[in-house]
Design a protein around this ligand. Structure first.
Ligand code: PA5
Length: 441
């Protein structure tokens, strides 16, 4: 088993062992509340045992859908917003080439829709779909979210026009609620293949259901390894009550200690651009779970060394609001040699013999020491590499820590009442039936 672990070396001057001991009681109580299922939002705890309890037939059925569709498509359109697409995108973008869109491919390339209302985006997507064979999955737990509904209406019309209604119905897979919602109704009426999002799994905790597994498998990645990573991490998170040894409990403890000391912003930092969408997924997971009742750490993200040349100045010397959480990956998947050059006009011959990964790691260490010295607590989540197994571990680790951290903070980590306000205003402004005469909030 490849262990994910938390390194607190660069945190010591900010958080003492005594402070961890002091908060340990709250964190263990939060863990107990989560596992006993007697806290706020306890009807949305299906994700806790999901890696163990997921019906293997669902995985087999996903693989059959991949075998049926992948040979005849170049593109797979994933329609969804928030928790209905970010997890899949996080895993796919972590694993695929940065240049996958431009490369010959063995597997369908995933494109996304339903996460924006940009007219230009849909025009550009339709041009792409004109020129490529494709299939679609439309993912919405409620089945009523406006953004994916609009996208699906547009893409469905294009698909039916391109392939005819009958063939189109074999190229659409719905992922939605077992009984309710407009998408469920459409899928039943049109006889689309359908996967169910369990009632007790909320959107941002749904990546290990067909919401994430179908797109990830369609993109050619190993969902068995992903689930195995999550299963192994689940055991580690559940079985161990030593806050110092259980990475999810330690992460939940540290971020709550820092928050109580006035660190209101957490920056998730990566040194690999492929991890950008892991950060996007994490921002939603923590932002929606904790940002309520006037409380919660503001989740923010940075990609270094790129952002050291934009945000680095602020982090080093700006207002001391934040702490950083580095995702530190030990080994890259590839090697690139730095060529020798006798003239050495660029002055970088001193780097010869080092790998790019060595250089990146030294940038990482140098940054941690500099930021720590500049007044920013830095904690490090260490993983050995980026593959499906490790991503499964990382996903479950962040989910479990989020549940524990939210209960430690004293909020319901499993609702998102604040998301409704913009929707209500949008419906009033657009004249949706039922919203006539209502006040903007
Ligand atoms: O985490 C959540 O619950 C949300 O982000 C939802 O995933 C998002 O709003 C999309 O909702 P739905 O899947 O119902 O279309």
């Amino acid at each position: 088993m490849n262990e994910l672990r938390i390194d607190t070396e660069h945190l010591r001057q900010y958080v003492s062992d005594d402070e961890i001991k002091q908060i340990a009681g709250d964190v263990l109580e939060a863990k107990k509340t989560l596992l006993d299922g007697n806290g706020k939002g306890n009807d949305f705890l299906g994700w806790v045992n999901l890696p163990e309890e997921l019906d293997p037939q669902i995985v087999s059925s996903i693989k059959k859908d991949v075998a049926r569709l992948a040979p005849k498509i170049k593109l797979f359109v994933v329609i969804g917003i928030g928790g209905s697409y970010l997890g899949a995108r996080a895993v796919i973008e972590a694993l695929q080439s940065e240049f996958a869109a431009m490369m010959p491919a063995q597997h369908p390339y995933v494109v996304y829709a339903g996460h924006t209302l940009s007219e230009d985006y849909y025009k550009q997507l339709l041009v792409l779909l004109d020129n490529n064979d494709y299939a679609v999955t439309v993912i919405s737990k409620s089945g009523t979210t406006t953004e994916p509904a609009v996208a699906f209406r547009i893409v469905k019309a294009h698909l039916e026009n391109k392939y005819g209604k009958e063939e189109a119905s074999h190229r659409i897979i719905a992922v939605t609620d077992a009984r309710r919602g407009a998408l469920h109704e459409i899928a039943v009426q049109e006889r689309y293949p359908m996967y169910v999002i369990p009632d007790n799994v909320g959107g941002r905790f749904s990546v290990l259901t067909p919401v994430g597994l179908l797109p990830i498998a369609m993109a050619g990645y190993d969902i068995d390894a992903l689930l195995q990573g999550a299963r192994d991490m689940r055991c580690l998170c559940i079985d161990n009550d030593d806050v110092m040894q259980n990475p999810a409990l330690l992460y939940a403890a540290l971020r709550n200690i820092l928050y109580r000391k006035g660190r209101k912003v957490e920056m998730l930092v990566n040194f690999l651009p492929n991890l950008k969408y892991i950060s996007e997924w994490w921002k939603q997971l923590y932002g929606e779970s904790e940002g309520k009742e006037g409380k919660g750490i503001l989740p923010h993200s940075l990609s270094f060394t790129t952002d050291l040349h934009s945000m680095g100045q602020y982090v080093q010397q700006g207002e001391r609001l934040m702490f950083e959480t580095f995702i530190s990956v030990d080994k890259p998947s590839s090697k690139v040699a730095i060529p020798a050059d006798e003239q050495n006009l660029d002055g970088i011959n001193y780097l010869l013999g080092k790998s790019l990964n060595d250089i990146n790691h030294n940038a990482e260490l140098g940054t941690m020491i500099a930021h720590r010295g500049g007044g920013v607590p830095v904690l490090k989540i260490c993983v050995p590499k980026v593959d499906e197994y490790v991503l499964g571990q990382l996903i479950y680790f962040f989910e479990f820590a989020c549940g524990v951290s939210g209960y430690t903070l004293g909020v319901n980590p499993f609702d998102q009442p604040g998301v409704e306000a913009y929707k209500k205003n949008m419906f009033i402004l657009l004249g949706k039936p039922g919203y006539e005469g209502q006040e903007l909030v």
